[in-house]
Design a protein around this ligand. Structure first.
Ligand SMILES: Cc1cc2nc3c(=O)[nH]c(=O)nc-3n(C[C@H](O)[C@H](O)[C@H](O)COP(=O)(O)OP(=O)(O)OC[C@H]3O[C@@H](n4cnc5c(N)ncnc54)[C@H](O)[C@@H]3O)c2cc1C
Ligand code: FES
Length: 285
């Protein structure tokens, strides 16, 4: 494990002191999920890689890790797509326009989508897991000609929970991305697929021996998706998962995110299935 503090010229204080960002806009994506757009109060826009996260501080309430969900190819306001599940996420999505939040980061490993150039890319997302994958998809569609088949398999709870619907349609229509959406519960005139997203893997059109697979969602879904991808013939080290563990420091100091020898905040969150497979059955510590 290498901590983020090993970067030359950075002290603990540098890493633990948040920068001040102002909310320029909050967009409601679904009934419980919102995208918060932030601009630095002072200082430059943040550069980041697809898959990295920040520690977002709702001052006085608490600090949580949230993946950056914006476009890494076009530095601009910082986007985070947040599901309202508890005290801190609620404070973040409910803060008014103009409110100031703390931001530390970007932290962690990235999807490294360029490793998929020259071959096919399969993205498997479950629920809010599409948010950490959105920057990877944006990077791929920005350089679409560098990739073969690009397939997005996305599972949501209900049709109302589908995130980024306009983008999914435009990637399919204009950028040659095969988008397959399935829902757990398909009432309300839904004419699409119903069932687990992992059920879409066996029939998806990609060459398993020349594929990079990116997976994010609930841990049980990631485990099944990774198993299905490996069963299709995708090598374990070409299947990447984004690991969610509760975090406190985000920089490899507190041990809160530790699973055996791995610290999810600095060794992850994006890790190869070859390294994660033995650890995925271990419950959060
Ligand atoms: C690297 C990383 C990236 C993340 N990216 C996003 C993101 O892009 N969007 C987003 O909405 N959330 C993301 N999360 C999850 C987010 O950090 C948690 O939802 C948040 O910490 C909950 O805090 P809370 O105070 O609002 O709720 P709490 O009261 O702390 O928790 C409410 C519920 O959420 C569950 N929960 C708490 N933390 C986590 C966690 N880390 N993973 C899964 N379940 C959790 C709890 O078990 C509980 O059931 C990410 C987590 C990590 C580690
Ligand atoms: S969150 Fe503190 S070590 Fe990972």
């Amino acid at each position: 494990m290498t901590t983020t503090l090993d970067r030359p010229g950075h002290s603990v204080r540098d890493h633990m002191t948040p920068s001040r960002y102002r909310i320029s806009r909050t967009r409601q994506d679904t009934r419980d999920t919102f995208t918060v757009v932030l601009e630095p109060v002072d200082g430059p826009m943040l550069h980041y890689k697809a898959g990295q996260f920040t520690m977002l501080d709702a001052f006085g309430v608490g600090e949580v890790p949230i993946s950056i969900s914006g476009d890494p190819t076009r530095p601009g306001p910082l986007e985070h797509t947040i599901r309202d599940v508890g005290a801190v996420t609620h404070a973040l999505i409910a803060a008014p326009r103009g409110a100031v939040l703390g931001v530390r980061g970007p932290y962690g490993t990235s999807w490294d989508v360029a490793d998929g150039e020259g071959g096919d890319v399969v993205v498997v997302a479950g629920g809010i897991g599409l948010a950490p994958l959105r920057p990877a998809l944006m990077e791929i569609v920005a350089h679409r000609e560098r990739y073969g088949r690009v397939v997005l398999l996305y599972g949501a709870r209900t049709p109302e929970d589908i995130l980024f619907g306009d983008e999914l349609r435009s990637w399919a229509r204009d950028r040659g991305v095969v988008v397959e959406v399935t829902v757990d519960n398909g009432q309300h005139a839904w004419r699409g697929k119903v069932g687990l997203v992992t059920n879409l893997v066996p029939r998806a059109g990609f060459d398993p021996h020349a594929t990079l697979a990116l997976v994010c969602g609930p841990e049980v879904m990631m485990r099944s998706a990774a198993q299905a991808l490996v069963a299709r013939g995708v090598p374990g080290d070409r299947v990447r998962l984004s690991l969610e563990r509760s975090m406190k420091c985000g920089v490899g100091l507190c041990g809160h995110c530790q699973i055996r020898e791995l610290f999810a905040c600095v060794d992850g969150p994006v890790l190869g299935y070859d390294r994660l497979a033995p650890l995925l059955s271990i419950r959060e510590l």
